[in-house]
Design a protein around this ligand. Sequence first.
Ligand code: COA
Length: 339
Amino acid sequence: MAAVLMGIGGFLPPKAVTNDDLARTLDTTDDWIRTRTGIRERRVVADGLSTGDLAVEAGTRALRSAGVSAVDAVVVATTSPERLCPAVAPEVASRLGLDTVAAFDLTSACSGFLYGLATAGGLIASGTAETVLFIGAEAFTTLVNQRDRTTAPIFGDGAGAVVLRRGEADEPGALGAFDLGSDGALADLLAIPAGGARQRSAEGGLGHGTVPTDDWYLRMQGRPLYTQAVERMTQSARTALKRAAWAVADVDWFAGHQANIRIVQAVAEEMGVPDERVAVNIDQVGNTLAASVPLLLNDYAARGDLRAGQRVLLSAFGAGLSWGSATLTWPDIKAEPVG
Ligand code: COA
């Protein structure tokens, strides 16, 4: 028994922000952002769009790709939920017309897609669900200080979704071996300090003191994160390959989390994956956290570069710290461009 991928979809909000657009309000340049990160532009939420809207659009496309109109559970991986409480997944399920199915959110920042795949696979393996709609959705730019040149250029908004069903381990689309890990001792390398139980607003009923404005936004220590990302993704991807009994030469596509093109390339180089097998779309979307890997897979599948039978190695790393990798043989499914 295995969880098998049967549909995929993605959605980007229409508003594009180029590096030159950012350079109008930030002390930065297109050249700096492109050479340090590989990003040319990113999409951002505007006009009232938020995480739930992006999730509904991506979910609609994944259901269409799968050819189904009902599932047993909806899981949303997000680090930019609509609100602290409740989770966004029940609302997404309801808006998708999925009635009263099981629905919950999962928070694992940029490794959210890998943790979510494992969780969705677990729901299927335990017999709790026959089919799961799993969505990675983020409006994370709303949590980034747009006056901070060290973080504002990096992130983008979007959503990617997959539908999984119960099937056999030797079927194309079956989720293969996983590796998941974390290191909470380094949580402060990438964190939003305020807004949770520890640091509430000054106005909040009991009054827990004044929270500095900056604490409501992302704080990032780029250099040590970069080093951790390369080490952890490489190690994790190698472990997943070993568990799947795949050689590096078996990998047709390395689909790594799009945090920084230099991170993705460094991991691929460490592992010996040649450039032509490294999937990249960060130039168009930036770092979309939990939406990153499914948007990447959707892009490659929609334009026919990712084909049925090809072997894919997924890997991601992010806040927590947390990371994960998995192997997957691509199934014969339809994918449409994100538009
Ligand atoms: N435009 C122009 N200059 C900038 C800048 C910007 N947007 N952001 C920072 N700089 C400056 C810095 O102030 C610094 O100047 P200094 O040398 O005068 O002090 C210089 O550029 C180099 O900064 P540094 O932070 O050392 O650059 P870097 O090569 O490490 O690249 C990141 C910065 C953020 C791109 C890189 O560290 C990174 O990608 N880290 C991982 C981040 C990540 O992936 N986060 C999500 C995890 S999933």
